[in-house]
Ligand binder design. Structure first.
Ligand SMILES: [Zn+2]
Ligand SMILES: [Zn+2]
Length: 367
């Protein structure tokens, strides 16, 4: 492996093991790659799922699938970016060449979806090679990414706010705008009020939804959703949320349902609580091997549109500038999401507070 830059990283060396915080030697950027000095990265539930062997994450690996920072060096052929640029590193590339990019679905770009195992980006002092989760590997002072994942940020947008664009905002506001295409006056039910569900609440409010029904067993999260514009809050442990949503929507069910909770039962409830010919967007994953049972007759005859959601069906070129504008114009409020800032040495604590739901989004603030 060629490369002389030394980064500081929180490396996952094994499932259920504390992070190894220390130096790793970065590979030099290959053709089409960009080396970024990381400024901020959000801790995401995807990461503790990887840590718990619930996804196909192979250690040693640097977790963290999106970040912001400053371009440090570029590989051959990179012309769009140069050292010193402030950038967003998104987990979803847009190579423009694969089948999915050519048919207008860069959310399924082969670089990401066909990209397992993730690329080797660094080496530990003992010689073990380190991979980058989600093609990013954000929990390190430097990271390597494809040019297609890296987008320039405007001056003046703070790094710790901008780092929320690549996962929470893209997934959930993308679910509202790109997939459900919520229209003014529609009823929107949102299952799960973690960072994705809460961003979906803000997105639905922005889209002019009539009712925004938030469903979560965590009282604090329901209160946050109310402060962001949810009009009704339901505790799914206190009664059947499907019946409760129907009762709030003239007996029909919601026009749009966004599932951002994770458990298999939430996926089933999301589909059932949509009205006939309604729209369902599925974001949550309990485990990489989970399956869901649905009533066949109703699924066939009720004409519901059920969509999967990979990073909000993002088209990076088109969507990131719009969402950056929302942040600049104050249309999205990031403040309630950033519940704590961490140094890399506190990675174990960031993991613990994400799993215990003490954080909405913990942010590694590195510079
Ligand atoms: Zn994420
Ligand atoms: Zn592609």
């Amino acid at each position: 492996m060629r490369g002389g830059r030394v980064a500081r990283a929180a490396v996952m060396t094994g499932y259920f093991e504390p992070f190894l915080v220390g130096p790793m030697r970065m590979r030099d950027p290959a053709a089409g790659e960009v080396l970024v000095r990381t400024a901020a990265a959000p801790f995401c539930s995807t990461d503790w799922m990887g840590w718990k062997a619930m996804r196909r994450t192979i250690p040693p690996v640097v977790l963290g699938h999106t970040a912001v920072g400053t371009v440090e060096a570029v590989g051959d052929g990179v012309t769009r970016l140069s050292p010193g640029d402030r950038v967003l590193v998104a987990g979803t590339p847009q190579c423009r060449e694969c089948y999915y990019c050519r048919v207008g679905r860069p959310d399924q770009c082969e670089l990401l979806m066909g990209g397992l195992p993730y690329p080797i980006v660094a080496e530990l002092p003992d010689g073990r090679e380190v991979r980058a989760a989600g093609l990013v590997g954000a929990y390190a002072s430097q990271l390597l990414a494809y040019e297609h994942q890296v987008h320039r940020l405007p001056d003046g947008l703070p790094f710790d706010t901008a780092c929320l664009l690549g996962c929470g905002i893209s997934s959930a506001v993308g679910a509202v705008e790109n997939i459900a295409r919520v229209e003014p006056g529609q009823s929107v039910a949102i299952l799960g009020l973690g960072h994705l569900g809460l961003w979906a609440v803000q997105g639905a409010r922005l889209a002019g939804a009539g009712e925004i029904i938030g469903v979560d067993g965590h009282g604090g999260r329901r209160a946050l959703a109310a402060s962001m514009g949810a009009t009704n809050l339901l505790d799914p442990t206190a009664g059947d949320p499907v019946e409760a949503v129907r009762a709030l929507t003239g007996g029909r069910g919601a026009d749009v349902v966004i599932e951002a909770a994770g458990p298999e039962i939430a996926t089933r409830q999301a589909v059932l609580m949509a009205r006939r010919a309604g729209t369902v967007v599925l974001m949550g994953v309990a485990h990489s091997t989970s399956e869901v049972v649905l009533p066949q007759l109703a699924m066939t005859t009720q004409g519901k549109a059920i969509h999967g959601c990979q990073n909000g069906r993002v088209t990076p070129d088109v969507d990131f500038p719009r969402w950056i504008g929302y942040l600049q114009d104050g249309l999205l409020d990031p403040a309630p999401f950033i519940t704590r800032r961490y140094d890399l040495s506190e990675a174990d604590e960031a993991l613990r507070r994400s799993m215990s739901l003490d954080d909405v989004t913990g942010v590694f603030a590195l510079g």
